[in-house]
Ligand binder design. Structure first.
Ligand SMILES: Cc1cc2nc3c(=O)[nH]c(=O)nc-3n(C[C@H](O)[C@H](O)[C@H](O)COP(=O)(O)OP(=O)(O)OC[C@H]3O[C@@H](n4cnc5c(N)ncnc54)[C@H](O)[C@@H]3O)c2cc1C
Length: 406
C-alpha cells in the first residue's frame, strides 16, 4: 500500500477540501462548548442535509442505492478533510449511516432499501441501536426481549422486554432491534432482526445520566409494541447474522480521522519550561509524545488497510475488532497524556481555554470506548480464537435450547 495520495486521489482531496471550505464552517460547533443534545441532533441533521445536497453523503454506497459509489480510499480522504472541522457528526449520525444502512443494504429487501437508505443519507431519518440488555451486553446472544406473532391473524409481531445503553434513542426516528423469537432454539439461533419506528406506542425511553454530565443513552422499555412483519430484516431466526453485519460496521467505524497528537506536540513546543526552553525539551515528554505518535500512525494505517479490504469486497472479520481495540486504548492514553502535560491547569481549566475543556471532556469520555461496541476483553478473546488460533473459551450453552439455560 502506498501511503501517499495518487494523482487521482490528490485531485479528489482538493475537490473535497474546496467544497468543505465553502460549506463546513457554517455548521461547526464552538470548541469547548457543550450544547443541549436536542440542538446537537438538529445541527447533525442540518449537516447531513448539506452533505446530501452537495452529493457527499453515502460515499461508498452504490449509486443504485442512493450513494456515490466511491472507493474506501476516497471515503477515507473525505473523512480526513471533514475532520479538519468541528462538525456535529457523532453517534446520532454514524449509527444510521455506519450500522443501520449496511444491515438494510445487505439483509433487507428492495422495498426496505428504497424506504430507508436515501432518507437516512439525506438526514431525514436517524437511528438508534437496540441490542444491549441488562443481562446481555458482551454476551449479546443472551438477550431476552421477545417477539411473538400477534394472535389476530395479521403477520404483526408483539414485542416485550427491555434494552439498555441505547445511544440517542430518545431523539432518533427509528431503531435497529434484535429480539428472541424462538426460545426453544440455542441462543444464537432463535433471534430475529427488525427496524422499529421509535414513535410506536409502548416504547418508552428513560435517559441515563453519565459521569460527563451528558445523558446520551437510555434504558428503552417495550410493552406490547406492535411491529409489522414488513419491518423484519432477513429471515425469522436469522437475526444473529444481521447483528454481525452491524457490529462489523460499528468496529470499522471506530478510530479518528484527525491527529490528536498534533495539538499535543504544538502545546509542548509552545509551553515554556521556566528554564528558557519549552516543555518539548524534556526527554520524558518527547518520549511519551513519540510513543503516542507511533500508536496513532499505526492505528491509522491499519484502519486504511481494513477499508481497502472492504472496498475490494473482502471481509475483515475479527481484524475489525483489532482496530477498535487499538483505537479505544490509544484514545484513552492520548487524552491522559494531554491532561498530564497540562498538569493542574487540566483539572481547573481557564474558561477561555476551549482546547483544555475539550480535552478534559475527552479524557472522561474516553473510558467508554473500551466498553461500547465490544469490551476490550471480549475483542481480545475473539482475536485470540479467530486470528491466532488459540483454544476457544469453554461454552457450556452452545447447543442448549435457550429456555433450558439457567
Ligand atoms: C458509550 C456507550 C454507548 C453504547 N451504546 C449502545 C447502543 O447504542 N446500543 C446498544 O445496544 N448498546 C450500547 N452500548 C452497550 C455496549 O454494547 C455494552 O456495554 C457492551 O457490549 C458491554 O456489555 P455490558 O455493559 O453488559 O458488560 P458485561 O458484558 O457485563 O461485561 C462486564 C465486564 O466483563 C467482561 N467480560 C464479559 N464477558 C467476558 C468474557 N467472555 N471474557 C472475558 N471478559 C468478559 C467484559 O469485558 C467487561 O469488562 C453502549 C455502551 C457504551 C459504554
Amino acid at each position: 500500500m502506498d501511503f501517499n495520495d495518487s494523482p487521482q486521489e490528490a485531485a479528489f482531496r482538493a475537490q473535497a477540501k474546496a467544497w468543505l471550505a465553502g460549506h463546513a464552517p457554517a455548521h461547526e460547533l464552538t470548541p469547548g462548548e457543550k450544547i443541549p443534545d436536542t440542538e446537537e441532533a438538529e445541527r447533525s441533521r442540518a449537516w447531513m442535509r448539506e452533505l446530501s445536497r452537495g452529493s457527499w453523503s453515502g460515499l461508498t454506497f452504490p449509486k443504485a442505492l442512493g450513494g456515490q459509489g466511491l472507493s474506501g480510499a476516497e471515503a477515507l480522504i473525505f473523512a480526513e478533510e471533514e475532520a479538519c472541522y468541528n462538525l456535529p457528526k457523532g453517534p446520532f449520525i454514524s449509527i444510521g449511516t455506519g450500522m443501520a444502512l449496511p444491515v438494510i443494504a445487505k439483509h433487507g429487501n428492495d422495498e426496505q432499501r428504497e424506504r430507508f437508505i436515501e432518507a437516512t443519507l439525506n438526514g431525514d431519518l436517524t437511528w438508534c441501536q437496540l441490542f444491549s440488555e441488562p443481562a446481555a451486553g458482551s454476551d449479546l446472544a443472551g438477550l431476552r426481549t421477545k417477539a411473538v406473532r400477534a394472535d389476530d391473524g395479521s403477520e404483526d409481531w408483539i414485542v416485550n422486554g427491555q434494552k439498555v445503553w441505547s445511544s440517542w434513542a430518545h431523539l432518533t426516528d427509528w431503531g435497529i432491534l434484535v429480539v428472541r423469537t424462538d426460545p426453544k432454539m440455542p441462543k444464537h439461533k432463535g433471534l430475529t432482526f427488525f427496524v422499529v419506528d421509535m414513535k410506536t406506542p409502548g416504547i418508552e425511553t428513560r435517559p441515563i445520566r453519565q459521569i460527563s454530565g451528558a445523558s446520551e443513552f437510555n434504558e428503552t422499555f417495550f410493552t406490547d409494541v406492535r411491529i409489522p412483519d414488513s419491518n423484519r430484516i432477513g429471515a425469522v431466526g436469522e437475526g444473529w447474522a444481521c447483528c454481525m453485519t452491524v457490529l462489523m460496521g460499528e468496529r470499522l467505524g471506530s478510530g479518528s480521522y484527525k491527529s490528536e497528537i498534533g495539538p499535543l506536540l504544538a502545546f509542548a513546543q509552545e509551553t515554556p519550561d521556566g528554564k528558557g526552553g519549552s516543555m518539548f525539551d524534556d526527554g520524558a515528554v518527547r518520549q511519551s509524545l513519540a510513543e503516542a505518535l507511533a500508536d496513532e500512525q499505526g492505528e491509522r494505517w491499519f484502519q486504511a488497510r481494513l477499508r481497502t479490504m472492504v472496498s475490494k469486497g473482502e471481509n475483515p472479520g475479527a481484524l475489525a475488532g483489532m482496530v477498535k481495540l487499538a483505537y479505544a486504548a490509544r484514545y484513552q492514553k492520548t487524552s491522559g497524556l494531554g491532561m498530564e502535560l497540562r498538569g493542574l491547569d487540566a483539572i481547573a481549566p481557564d474558561p477561555r481555554d476551549a482546547a483544555t475543556a475539550d480535552l478534559q471532556y475527552d479524557y472522561i469520555y474516553s473510558t467508554v470506548m473500551r466498553i461500547a461496541g465490544g469490551a476490550d476483553e471480549v475483542l481480545r478473546n475473539q482475536i485470540a480464537e479467530r486470528l491466532l488460533g488459540m483454544p476457544g473459551e469453554i461454552r457450556m450453552d452452545k447447543d442448549v435450547p435457550f429456555d433450558e439455560l439457567r
